[in-house]
Design a protein around this ligand. Structure first.
Ligand code: SAM
Length: 273
């Protein structure tokens, strides 16, 4: 029988860092999915990112590299390794690192290492030298594989993630960020739409330039990720706003905010135009 490898989440987590970053997210007003559409029970991205990572990475006690010749765990070396995994997680949960490829690549390499290690040592499905996604399996175990190979590896061999109650889409979004195949579903069409906008539509336009004439005129070397799509959303969003103002703006006369209106929280304040 394949031995059970305990995952990091079953043993220890850097809870202080995860809690701090999850709480900080509430005050982020720019670039957070909550600014796309309100969803009431949205889970913090930092917590989802941490939970997914720690559910896929082996705890060092279960990693054959931290065993002595007699099979016992070398707790000292395993402890050092656990501290390293904690510091990877502490960087990973920071909002500022959400799109930091260096940090994300390191996290993806760790996930790939755990999967490759189980295939080589536990199931003996692969040998160390066997070529997987263009690199020897050993390179994934030793975190030597190139990021492109790691990404290909994860799509093929990492377990896909499905959140059947996806709500604001935090779990599938973070699974996708970690390079995993991600799926979401929900009873309510509003979360379905939000999650489609988060994880299904952007990848279709990944690395493509915007189509609007203004951004296209100032073409840069290359548009990476969802930059081109974001540029179009901003451009056409502004266009729609301008058109709406032109056509129906007169129905919404300018209102002068008076001191009485500001003070009149108890009753309906008089509106002066
Ligand atoms: C607490 S929210 C989920 C939060 C989400 N996991 C996140 O990270 O943002 C629970 C979701 O479950 C959905 N739900 C409730 N009952 C359901 C059912 N029977 N089938 C599918 N979705 C359901 C609700 O519409 C709601 O969006």
């Amino acid at each position: 029988m394949t031995p059970h490898r305990k995952k990091l989440i079953e043993v220890a987590l850097p809870l202080e860092a995860i809690n701090r970053e999850s709480a900080r997210e509430k005050s982020i007003r720019h670039g957070h999915p909550s600014t796309l559409h309100l969803w009431w029970a949205r889970r913090p991205l930092a917590a989802c990112r941490a939970v997914l990572f720690a559910s896929l990475v082996d705890d060092p006690d279960s990693d054959p590299h931290f065993r002595r010749a007699d099979g016992s765990v070398d707790e000292d070396r395993a402890g050092v390794r656990r501290a390293e995994l904690f510091s990877i997680m502490e960087a990973l949960v920071k909002w500022e690192n959400s799109n930091n490829e260096k940090v994300l690549n390191q996290a993806r390499a760790e996930i790939a290492a755990s999967i490759a290690s189980a295939k080589v040592y536990d199931s003996k499905e692969w040998s160390k030298q066997q070529t997987i996604c263009g690199e020897p399996a050993w390179n994934f175990i030793c975190r030597l594989a190139k990021p492109a190979a790691v990404n290909q590896f994860l799509v093929k061999y990492a377990p896909p993630v499905h959140d059947p109650f996806c709500g604001g889409g935090s779990i599938p979004l973070e699974a996708q960020r970690l390079g995993l195949r991600a799926f979401g579903s929900d009873l309510n069409p509003v979360p379905v739409l939000i999650t489609k906008a988060l994880i299904e539509i952007p990848p279709k336009f990944a690395n493509m330039p915007p189509v609007n004439p203004e951004s296209n005129a100032r073409l840069k070397d290359g548009w990476t990720g969802a930059q081109g799509l974001a540029e179009d959303v901003r451009y056409y969003g502004q266009w729609m706003r301008n058109e709406a103002e032109k056509r129906i703006g007169h129905l919404y006369p300018k209102v002068k905010i008076t001191e009485e209106m500001v003070a009149g929280s108890a009753g309906v304040p008089p509106v002066k135009t």
